[in-house]
Every structure is written in structure tokens, then in C-alpha cells.
Design a protein around this ligand. Structure first.
Ligand SMILES: [Mg+2]
Length: 336
């Protein structure tokens, strides 16, 4: 079993050599890099706590490493940016084999490489209360391409970049040990355990100036669209029959006696992007995504004046503002 010094040396090997803009990577007191002059920096942090955000009876350390980085990359994608560097603070329980830290790092490095990100430093500590992973990611974007939550205007169309509720369905499947056809099972499990951050879609929206506002779906449409509405001082209507829901999600909903729309709109951790776009950009949105070989975004509704997020179906209309997954049910909520 490696000691801490050996662990850091091994982690350094896993994360590899830093690019030339990085003057010091792992192994000095801080990481040092040259910023790029025409860009502004994006800076985000996300923490995953054992027992709160993950359950190691559901996932492997390697997948956990991938996901820990993916959720941060998703936040960079949600600003229209490209991720560059990451810093890791790892709290490792003394009773857990340190070899596992290397598996976690290997998963993280795999995800980092897929999205052009380099881990350039961090810290490891003993954590008597369970495994904790805190990752800081730095990204960059040109000032003219920055996409925020506050630009939605009444009349804009609301799009999501993929089917919804799959991660929530994956969690339900694990919790209740549900049986689904193999393909459907893999689909929802992958969505929950190994989400793919939509960095390419975020960059596309930014580069082609297609979106008026952008957010990543970490807490569910009901909550995340509401964040856009709060920032933009607008309301929104979501059309129930336009919400993209896969057969796999419908099956999980049926097996757990839930409305599939609840999984789709209130389930967290899909990490798709939700954006608003002027109606006259509709053809361009479709064309740009097709040219980039990305699935066509799905229009689920429209921004309206007002303050509420409303869900409209043929039979009724209800308010769903902010009814997504909440890590702090007492009232406080996540900020990023
Ligand atoms: Mg976010």
C-alpha cells in the first residue's frame, strides 16, 4: 500500500505531463500557468461526498473519477467555455485501500483527456467520515462568446440537448434493483454513472451566437429552467408532449409508479444543456448541430413574460417553478 508521498508521485504519473503553458504542475507549492490574453477565465468547483452524492455499492471508483470531473466540465460547458485545467482535493478514508485512489485518478484522467483538460495540482488528506472529492476546473472563453443565465427574452424558444430523466431513472433502477431489457438498462445506467459533459454543444452555441441563455441540467428542468427565469426576469411554458422521454425512462416510471414527466423534469444529474434562443435562429440551430454531428436539440417550450415556470398539457397547466432535486431541502441551494 503506498504512503502519501508515494501516492502523490503515482497520481503525478497518472495525470501525466502538463502542456508548455504550465510552468509548474504537480510537485511544487502551487500550479503556475500563463493565461491566454484574449480570453476570460471560467472557474468552478464541485464537491462529491460519499453517502450524499455517491454510493460505492452502485459505482466503481473509476467511474466515480470520471463523473467527478464530468460534472465540473459540464459547468464550463454551461458558460460556452472550453475547460483547460483541474485541481483535485481528495479526502481518502484511512481504512480504504489507497490503490483505489489510483483507480479513481485513472478514471478522472480518462475523462480529462477526452475533453482536453489537464490536472495540474491538488491535495490529498485523510478523511475519517468517508470519501470526498473536490475538483476545481479552470476554463476559458472569449468575452464575446460568454453565455450566461440572464439573457432569456419573452418569445425565445427553450431547447434541451437530449432526452431527460435518464440519470434519475438509472438511480431508481439501482435503488430498487429493477429489471429492464439490457439496452434500456445500459442507457439509464450510463446516464447516471457516466454522464458526458456537453462541452462540444456549449462551444457550438457560443461560437455561433445561437443562445440567449444557457445552463447545464444538474438539478432538473423544473429547477434549472427556473434559474434561467429568475436571472432573466422572465417566465416559461414547457409543453408536456414535447419533453423528450425515452422508452427506458417510461419503463422505469411504470415500474416505480411515477409519472415519466416527473423523472424527466424533476430528476437531477442529466447534465444535458438547456438553452434559450431567438425564434428566428431556429433553422440555424438545427443546421449547426447537424453539421457538428450532434443530435438535434429538442424545443420543449417558450420563454414568456412573468415569473413562473409552467407545464402545459392538453388537459391542464401547472406551475413547476423550482421543484427539482434540492441538495438542501431547508431552503439554501447550490450556486453553480
Ligand atoms: Mg451548473
Amino acid at each position: 500500500m503506498p504512503n502519501e508521498r508515494e501516492l502523490i508521485a503515482k497520481l503525478g504519473q497518472i495525470f501525466g505531463k502538463a502542456p508548455k503553458q504550465v510552468l509548474c504542475g504537480i510537485g511544487d507549492d502551487t500550479a503556475v500557468f500563463w493565461p491566454d490574453e484574449e480570453y476570460i477565465l471560467l472557474w468552478t468547483i464541485d464537491s462529491l461526498i460519499e453517502g450524499v452524492h455517491f454510493d460505492l455499492s452502485h459505482t466503481s471508483l473509476k467511474l466515480l473519477g470520471r463523473k467527478a470531473l464530468a460534472v465540473n466540465l459540464s459547468d464550463i460547458a454551461a458558460m460556452g467555455g472550453e475547460p483547460q485545467y483541474a485541481l483535485l482535493a481528495l479526502g481518502w478514508p484511512p481504512q480504504r485501500d489507497l490503490q483505489g485512489a489510483l483507480e479513481l485518478a485513472a478514471g478522472m484522467q480518462e475523462m480529462a483527456r477526452e475533453y482536453g483538460t489537464v490536472l495540474i495540482g491538488g491535495d490529498t488528506v485523510g478523511s475519517p467520515q468517508g470519501l470526498t472529492i473536490s475538483l476545481t476546473v479552470l476554463g476559458r472563453v472569449k468575452p464575446t462568446e460568454l453565455l450566461r443565465r440572464n439573457g432569456a427574452k419573452a418569445g425565445d424558444l427553450i431547447y434541451v440537448t437530449g432526452p431527460l430523466g435518464q440519470a434519475a431513472a438509472g438511480l431508481e433502477l439501482l435503488r430498487h434493483k429493477l429489471e429492464l431489457p439490457e439496452e434500456d438498462k445500459n442507457l439509464v445506467l450510463q446516464s447516471f454513472l457516466d454522464p458526458q459533459p456537453e462541452v462540444v454543444a456549449g462551444r457550438l452555441l457560443a461560437r455561433h451566437q445561437l443562445a440567449t441563455s444557457l445552463i447545464d441540467l444538474s438539478d432538473g428542468v423544473a429547477s434549472d429552467l427556473y434559474q434561467i427565469c429568475l436571472s432573466s426576469q422572465t417566465g416559461a411554458v414547457v409543453e408536456a408532449e414535447r419533453v423528450p422521454i425515452t422508452e427506458a425512462v417510461k419503463m422505469v416510471a411504470a415500474l416505480t409508479a411515477q409519472d415519466p414527466l416527473d423523472l424527466a423534469l424533476k430528476g437531477g444529474e442529466d447534465y444535458r444543456l438547456l438553452f434559450t434562443s431567438a425564434p428566428d435562429k431556429k433553422t440555424e440551430v438545427k443546421k449547426c448541430f447537424a453539421q457538428a454531428n450532434l443530435p438535434e436539440p429538442c424545443c420543449i417550450g417558450r420563454i414568456i413574460s412573468g415569473k413562473e415556470v409552467r407545464l402545459r398539457s392538453a388537459s391542464r397547466e401547472v406551475e413547476i417553478s423550482g421543484t427539482g432535486f434540492d441538495h438542501f431541502p431547508s431552503g439554501a441551494s447550490r450556486i453553480g
